[in-house]
Design a protein. Structure first.
Length: 286
């Protein structure tokens, strides 16, 4: 019988990240969201989830004097509302398209208290790239790091108190979508990345015993036409040939639903909020 203490959960995370990347090379988030158009589409989709965004901000322990570090900030989905309530936000985001839209939204909302660091979290140096420590460090659905233990250790170092992580429990609707499509388009299986069960065990082995809350989120993506849906999904699906495009179009015809004059791609996922006060963190047990 295997002793749970003998399981290296960080290694399991690494292996699942590697399997996911190997099964779908090029589906790197920074690449997918390089264009301003795709980043703006992401912003508009997230704005439809306003209740979820508002709840995230409301549930985060901040005040008007707080300093927030937002890792994987995207187009400013959380950074913008955080900046409206906190003293300062540092946004970590590698994708050019996302950074471009975030700057546009900063100007639109009249915000000057957001610093953007256009790097991957793995490449960020706390001393030279950040103004640590931060009252709150948050990574919301942006845990694509291969070495999650090192990533979390850096988050803890950058925080003076709170760390908030949001991740997925079980396959999302787009995981299922790619599991169906990938063999048809590319002739091989699509491997899922690690989920919150692995993350929790990594944290536990680090001596972090966090609070956990799960919730279901519906996220339906509307498109004006089938062509618009194709334009959005072709880069993500890494479709190049006419045969692949025909397969993707046939799939979309079968799953898109007509609602209020638009075509909607239905989606849902079970998500997990994981957070802790670093002052209560314990050293890992032997």
């Amino acid at each position: 019988m295997i002793d749970p203490k003998d399981i290296d959960w960080n290694l399991i995370w690494k292996c699942q990240v590697e399997e996911n990347r190997a099964s779908s090379p090029g589906r790197d988030c920074a690449r997918i969201w390089e264009s301003r158009e795709s980043a703006l589409r992401f912003w508009n989709m997230c704005r439809k989830e306003r209740s979820r965004i508002d709840q995230t901000i409301w549930e985060t322990d901040i005040s008007q004097n707080s300093r927030v570090l937002d890792i994987g900030a995207g187009p400013g989905t959380l950074a913008i509302p955080f900046a409206q309530k906190a003293e300062h936000v540092t946004a970590i985001e590698p994708a050019e398209g996302m950074c471009s839209v975030m700057k546009e939204k900063m100007a639109e909302f009249g915000l000057s208290n957001i610093d953007i660091v256009q790097k991957r979290w793995e490449d960020v140096d706390i001393a030279s790239d950040l103004s640590a420590p931060y009252d709150v460090v948050i990574a919301s659905f942006s845990l694509g790091m291969k070495d999650i233990q090192s990533a979390v250790e850096k988050m803890v170092l950058a925080s003076s108190r709170y760390v908030y992580l949001y991740h997925f429990a079980g396959p999302s609707s787009w995981d299922i979508q790619w599991q169906i499509l990938w063999p048809r388009l590319h002739g091989k299986a699509y491997r899922l990345g690690p989920k919150s069960n692995v993350l929790y065990n990594v944290l536990y082995q680090m001596g972090i015993y966090p609070n956990i809350r799960s919730f279901r989120l519906e996220h339906n993506q509307p498109y004006a036409s089938l062509d618009e849906a194709m334009a959005a999904l072709v880069p993500q699906a890494q479709v190049e040939s006419e045969e692949q495009k025909a397969l993707l179009k046939d799939y979309l015809r079968g799953v898109l639903k007509k609602e209020d004059g638009k075509l909607v791609l239905p989606g849902s996922s079970i998500r997990v909020k994981i957070w802790w006060d670093k002052s209560q963190q314990l050293p890992p047990s032997d």
